[in-house]
Design a protein around this ligand. Structure first.
Ligand SMILES: *Cc1c(COP(=O)(O)O)cnc(C)c1O
Length: 218
């Protein structure tokens, strides 16, 4: 399955984040041995434990809701935080990155789905945040793009429209805030059920779990 997904991502150079949440270290190691280096987790403690147990050249992606009081545990090593969705969280990431003497990359998470359960900002929220002097003075956090999750539905047209919306948000922000900023280039969208649509709509990074590791038992 890894080979099949990588082949689908190859023409557009889309990056694969293998979502290993709930899966044991041995399964991650097996995929590491096939060359995979980017892994995604949604629970801070689980990510810390796996970071400690696994090779240090793994790039760890934090996906899903992140509580401000837990940022400090991942600040020393996290590669990319996909779920920046408030000023408060961004400030905390900046503060903990400074303490760790690092610059941490983050994606702004937008709510593109119709479901109430999905977290994320609106374009207006993001503009407000990016306009503050506080944001402009943050030297330890770097916004490198956007992230979103489509509605969980069989309706492919709806999913496609939601991904288009995220791409549009990306373009808007690029034009107004990041025009001369080459590192603002990532669009994290696409999961096991919709990654092919996401690639067609311009995803630069897909987050795939169950298709790679099998269904999760919680
Ligand atoms: C769990 C999760 C994924 C992966 O989901 P699959 O359907 O198993 O591919 C991707 N993104 C986020 C934010 C997740 O929480």
């Amino acid at each position: 399955m890894l080979e099949k997904i990588l082949a689908a991502l190859q023409p557009t150079q889309t990056q694969l984040v293998a979502v290993s949440k709930t899966k044991p270290v041995a399964q991650i190691m097996a995929m590491y041995e096939k060359g995979q280096r980017h892994f995604g987790e949604n629970k801070v403690q689980e990510m810390v434990d796996k970071y400690e147990a696994l090779p240090k050249d793994i790039c760890w992606h934090l996906i899903g809701h992140l509580q401000t009081n837990k940022v400090k545990y991942i600040a020393p090593f996290v590669h990319l935080i996909h779920s920046i969705e408030s000023d408060k969280l961004l400030q905390e990431v900046n503060k903990r990155a400074q303490q760790a003497d690092r610059i941490i990359d983050g994606l702004l998470q937008f709510k593109i789905a119709k479901e109430d359960t999905k977290f994320g900002m609106t374009l207006e929220d993001a503009r407000k945040m990016l306009d503050t002097n506080e944001y402009k003075s943050m030297n330890h956090v770097r916004i490198v793009g956007v992230m979103g999750m489509a509605t969980f539905t069989e309706n492919k047209i709806q999913v496609q429209q939601e991904f288009r919306k995220l791409k549009h948000i990306f373009e808007e922000l690029k034009t107004s805030y990041f025009a001369d900023v080459p590192h603002f280039k990532e669009i994290s969208m696409g999961m096991s059920d919709d990654y092919e649509i996401a690639i067609a709509e311009g995803s630069t990074m897909v987050r795939i779990g169950s298709l790679l590791f099998g269904e999760r038992n919680y």
